[in-house]
Write a protein that binds this ligand. Structure first.
Ligand code: ITT
Length: 185
């Protein structure tokens, strides 16, 4: 099964989880259309429709939604990360007491006959006061999942995968495949 992404970190996280289910993933860097939308579901669906790949293929779209910023950067997370980064987001949060935020992940899986299935995962947490840790990628150094006092960047990959939005969405897909049998894909 192929995973169409330009983000190697996402590929490593997802392929590690799927290997526990005996599902092998191949990285595919084919171009995909990323529409502008408030909805990760819509972005992921259109993206997987657009990839020119034979056989089963999936994409994943994710974002960080900060309560006090009315859900910003949300679907624009990739652009916001590459422009203002963790430091820029922390600046927007200066003096803000309500630090609640969540990450959301939507996987869109396209089956060989063209049917598209969506799998979602969310992790609640809060925005740290300063960046901490060197693991992971993107906004990991400033996101502390609920029930923990460490950021995602202070966890190893296995621990992040157990609780992350992507881990949840990936396991939902893996369990669907497992129930249907590998021949379903
Ligand atoms: P592809 O679309 O090619 O898969 P991308 O990096 O552009 O890769 P997204 O559009 O899903 O992926 O962007 C989501 C951005 O949100 C990502 O670039 C990070 O900055 C941030 N993000 C998503 N998941 C994250 C995670 O687990 N940890 C930290 N930041 C994350």
């Amino acid at each position: 099964m192929r995973f169409a992404t330009g983000n190697f970190h996402k590929y490593i996280e997802i392929s590690e989880i799927l290997s526990d289910y005996g599902i092998e993933v191949e990285l595919s860097t084919v171009p995909k259309i990323e529409i502008q939308s408030e909805s990760l579901e819509e972005i992921a669906r259109k993206a997987v429709e657009s990839v020119e790949v034979e056989g089963p293929v999936f994409v994943e779209d994710a974002g960080l939604f900060v309560e006090a910023l009315n859900g910003f950067p949300g679907p624009y997370s990739s652009y916001v990360y590459s422009t203002i980064g963790c430091r820029g987001l922390l600046k927007l949060m200066e003096g803000v007491e309500d630090r609640r935020a969540h990450f959301k992940s939507v996987i869109a899986l396209r089956l060989p006959r063209g049917e598209i299935l969506l799998f979602k995962g969310v992790v609640e947490g809060e925005i740290a006061e300063e960046p901490r840790g060197t693991g992971g990628f993107g906004f990991d150094p400033i996101f502390i999942p609920s029930g923990y006092d460490r950021t995602f960047a202070e966890m190893d990959r296995a621990e992040k995968n157990r609780i992350s939005h992507r881990g949840r969405a990936t396991r939902a897909m893996a369990e669907w495949i497992y129930r249907k049998g590998l021949s379903a894909i």
